[in-house]
Design a protein around this ligand. Sequence first.
Ligand code: BGC
Length: 244
Amino acid sequence: MEALGIDIGGSGIKGAPVDIVKGALTRERLRIPTPIPSRPKAVAAVVARIVEHFSWTGPVGVTFPGVVIDGVTRSAANVDQAWIGEDARELFTKATGLPVVVLNDADAAGVAEMAIGAGRGRAGVVLMLTLGTGIGSALFIDGHLVPNTELGHLEIRGKEAEKRASGSAREDHNLSWDRWAGRVEEYLQHIDALFSPSLIIIGGGVSKKSEKFLPGMTVRAPIVPATLQNEAGIVGAAMAAAEQ
Ligand code: BGC
């Protein structure tokens, strides 16, 4: 079975059809820059363009970088504030004429990692953290997702964790890998103390460079890089759509 996965990010909106069983893209993904400002209507038009590009007529899964409850977007840390309270599921369904499932971006990436990546077959409490523009989180208990955990907004030293330890925080503050690794470690220690996960999976762009910051971590919980990297959001969104 195939479903179309679309991943909405702060700078790009990416989509591709996905073979749900293999968790693999069946066609080359299409990336369109996120409109500025990233208002709902403009973003929905891009989602519709991606559907058209693939002449898609089946189920569609769309990720959103904020809280999503029953298809309604409830927060907007790194996108236009107009998303707060928007019925995204209805908006995208109207724009595409197809059934659409909307879920948080980190939750989608986690769903894919648990199915075919670093979390495959792992029981107990597993936490996926994406260190990208913000910090996203996906919490699993025996493979079941607890949606919208938003652990990037935990406070560390009086600041939101994602302002100190996300991938963009490293670039914005010109931090060396070592200094940034120290901040990530402090954050992960805090997470470990609160959740005692049996595994932490680190996703986001930096997961490709995990050798620069993961060795030397003294956090009790085992920490591994994500294996799907860039495509996890697309794959997880498609999996969520196929499940409905
Ligand atoms: C948002 C999360 C999102 C994460 C990664 C955070 O700022 O609050 O919902 O998963 O960024 O995009």
